[in-house]
Ligand binder design. Structure first.
Ligand SMILES: [Zn+2]
Length: 443
């Protein structure tokens, strides 16, 4: 072996097991992930890496499984400050009597900064490297994500009525257009458009959101067909299903992310299929609010891309995507009446590559392949409750929870090392969270 056949690189991660996600349904053994700069230079057997690469740092993870960083495709990050504030209530009561009044009283730029950071600490600690957010003051959430080096799709909110962030659709769209201009092309932040739901956004602002998406290429994320009430009310008021109305307004295309979709029939499935729109499945929020059950396996069988999200911590009440994968797999089996529905590898793909597809970023994210961005995580399988290991994919979905995540990198930069966050000062954050809890708890 001569020196000129050896390539210099930054980091080498030696993994006992590796789930690349692409190719699908694959577990590799004794692999090395080579990182150069912000990208993966190679994924090769460790012996081959010995002769081909010289790195400045080597990390041995000999009881770990390495996989792509998880992508949490739906949430309201700052709502983490409302975790446990109101539970065991149906969606509209929960929103009208608890969440919207609390938001009216407490939302501010400081609330968004601290709440988003709290959510990011939890998500990073449990294996998420990219998250999607839809909440007020998106410019603050974007800045907080960017400063911590976390990847995020930040959807600016659009509603018919005034909130702290704006007086109505005109102002939301003006600020949102500026927000997209400011962040588009950023390495960490993907600005996007977040019309809240069909029942909170009327036709004219919806049409302007569609035009903005077409003009800028920004993704559009919307809560859709979340409850039976939403669908029934639209039929009685407008004479058509929410999806039919949105289709007429041109909402559905490959940039569209439809969140929830628990109440769907063949006509809704046909619209999704024809348009290339994506479904974001949030099983725990749907269960907790008794909203309904998304027929995930049926959608996948129709060729529709289904990604996964936790929704906000106020309706889940955690942001651990490993738990969400577990619930998704269990729920899919009951809904399909088939224990073979949504097997472990497919649940992992939903939380990685399918999220990347929904973001329009599958060329960069969602699998461990040479040339993709170095967003990856390691899960320590040495604990007694994860022993013995016959199939690490099974463990990730059926036995694990996110706290076993030991390491994570985003753009090749370490975010979690031996279970500790490297870029968020947790002690300082906890002081600020405590101060919010004292204010919010006084009702
Ligand atoms: Zn939501």
């Amino acid at each position: 072996m001569t020196a000129d056949t050896i390539t210099a690189a930054d980091i080498r991660i030696n993994a006992r097991w590796l789930i690349p996600v692409e190719p699908a349904n694959t577990v590799l053994h004794h692999q090395a992930v080579i990182i150069q700069g912000e990208r993966i230079a190679a994924v090769v057997p460790q012996q081959e890496a010995d002769s081909r690469f010289r790195t400045r740092e080597t990390i041995d993870l000999d009881q770990h499984v390495v996989l792509p960083g998880l992508i949490n495709m739906h949430g309201h990050a700052a709502m983490s400050l409302f975790r446990g504030l109101a539970d065991d209530l149906p969606l509209m009561t929960w929103l009208n009597d608890h969440i919207w009044p609390a938001e009216g009283k407490h939302i501010s730029e400081a609330f968004i900064a601290d709440g988003t950071q709290l959510a990011m600490a939890e998500m990073l600690r449990t294996g998420t490297t990219t998250f999607s957010d839809m909440y007020f003051y998106p410019e603050i959430a974007a800045q907080v994500a960017h400063d911590a080096g976390m990847r995020a799709q930040i959807c600016f909110p659009l509603l018919d009525f005034p909130t702290q962030w704006g007086s109505g659709p005109d102002e939301y769209l003006a600020k949102g257009t500026e927000f997209i201009r400011q962040w588009q092309g950023n390495g960490y932040v993907m600005p996007a458009i977040g019309p809240h739901a069909p029942y909170t956004v009327s036709d004219d602002p919806m049409l302007r959101a569609v035009a903005l998406s077409a003009e800028t290429g920004a993704r559009l994320q919307i809560h859709l067909h979340e409850t039976a009430f939403e669908v029934e009310e639209a039929i009685s008021k407008q004479g058509k299903r929410p999806s039919a109305r949105l289709a007429e307004l041109g909402v559905f295309n490959e940039r569209t992310q439809c969140v929830h979709m628990t109440q769907i029939d063949e006509s809704d499935i046909a619209l999704l299929k024809q348009s290339g729109a994506h479904v974001i499945h949030c099983p725990e929020s749907n269960l907790k609010l008794a909203s309904g059950l998304c027929p995930v396996q049926k959608l996948i069988d129709c060729g529709i891309n289904v990604a996964i999200g936790t929704d906000g911590a106020a309706s889940n009440n955690n942001l651990d995507l490993f738990g969400e994968m577990n619930t998704a797999a269990m729920m899919a089996k009951v809904v399909a009446e088939d224990a073979a529905a949504l097997p472990a590898h497919q649940a992992i793909a939903m939380a990685t590559l399918h999220g990347a597809r929904a973001l329009g970023r599958s060329q960069d994210l969602g699998s461990l392949e040479a040339g993709k961005l170095a967003d990856l995580i390691a899960v320590d399988l040495s604990d007694p409750f994860l022993q013995p290991v016959y199939d690490p994919a099974s463990h990730l979905v059926y036995s694990n929870h996110g706290r076993q995540v030991s390491h994570s990198w985003i753009n090749g930069v370490p975010q979690v090392q031996d279970g500790r966050l490297t870029r968020i000062d947790v002690a300082d954050l906890m002081l600020r969270v405590q101060s919010w809890a004292e204010r919010i708890g006084k009702r």
